[in-house]
Design a binder for this molecule. Sequence first.
Ligand SMILES: Cc1cc2nc3c(=O)[nH]c(=O)nc-3n(C[C@H](O)[C@H](O)[C@H](O)COP(=O)(O)OP(=O)(O)OC[C@H]3O[C@@H](n4cnc5c(N)ncnc54)[C@H](O)[C@@H]3O)c2cc1C
Length: 393
Amino acid sequence: MKLSFDTADEQFRTEIAGWLANNLSGEFETIRFRGGPGDEHMFGEERKRWEQQMAQGGWTCVGWPEEYGGRGLSIEQQVIFHEEYARAGGPGRVGHIGEGLAGPTIIEFGTAEQKQKYLPGIRNGTELWCQGYSEPSAGSDLANVKTKAEYDQGRQAWCISGQKVWTSLAHESDWCFVIARTDPQSQRHHGLGFFLVNMHQPGVEVRPITQLTGTSEFNEVFFDQALAEDILGEPGEGWKIGMALLGFERGVSTLGQQMAFQNELDEIIALARRNGAAQEPDIRQRISEAHIGLRLMRYNAMRMLSGPADGSLDSAALVYKLHWASWHRSLGKLAMDVLGSEGELLMEPPYELSRLQSLFLFTRSDTIYGGTNQVQRNIIAERGLGMPKEPRG
Ligand SMILES: Cc1cc2nc3c(=O)[nH]c(=O)nc-3n(C[C@H](O)[C@H](O)[C@H](O)COP(=O)(O)OP(=O)(O)OC[C@H]3O[C@@H](n4cnc5c(N)ncnc54)[C@H](O)[C@@H]3O)c2cc1C
């Protein structure tokens, strides 16, 4: 595992830090440190403009190969990029589903035409994406997807009908990647396709779902004979492609998330110092544990990312989601305990949740999305430890 950076890396650090200092100012000053967990509904328009500002500076998709508009940065430089982004207070990225999930999947499985059609919009920060996987009866059990894809001879295209749910940022998105059943006779992970669907068409209806925080980061999405502009791979390959995409979810961008976690922990420590909570032995202990947990998370991520690409670290990678999600949920609880009785009140007009209150409520979802804790434990047991598979109904 490589934990230090060489001179060229440190020069790169100066370059990105300088760019951020110059650009996260003026009209973008207000969005510094904004748009994170529990705050993701804030400054939507400003954060979309920020994506384009980053694109103009060549700072989107930094890990993509240069031929697709990326910078082809090494793992070390990507780590530095994310460290500096969080240190400078870079806002939550509205383009992360396109940049981190859709783009790499299109690069791996798309045709030359598809790459040309979809990658520039992601790279330029002008087209946003959402993920159409979960359905009312297909969450943990994703292979139970019921959404249908039928080939319409008249329109010479695949048409999608069905319902997706919990679709983050669907209300802001231009495109959705959708897993749908191409073979009506098929079951489980057979007979699925991976489709790219334009959200701006009559057959797509997006209904926001109000979350615990009172805001709506996710939605129900209804497809009624909606046209799929493209299918990635062949009909029947949807499961393979869909799972490959989930592999990208634990990529380098998760390091960026950790840097944002550090900012949250720092905010909680500063508050504990101010209001005296830091004098309480229990709080001191939990702050130390949070610090240690975050260091462990970082080392595990570095080990995963700098390890051999032969799959030998795959089982180590399995613990990653369980660890960060549980850690972050505990951080939310710590924030509430540091706030004390103030955490239970909406203090001043207009009586909105404070950042740390929102953080607490949002972190309840960390152990659900991207695979629940229970399901992650099953995966660790079965794939990591080789224990017998759980009985399936
Ligand atoms: C904030 C947020 C954002 C999301 N964004 C998206 C998105 O953009 N796109 C998308 O497609 N989805 C998204 N999701 C959905 C998410 O992927 C699902 O919520 C998740 O996969 C769990 O599925 P479910 O909600 O249907 O719960 P279920 O699968 O019904 O699970 C209910 C409970 O049963 C437990 N359980 C289920 N199966 C087992 C088992 N085999 N063994 C033990 N326990 C089990 C689960 O752990 C859970 O506690 C999002 C969810 C959240 C909370």
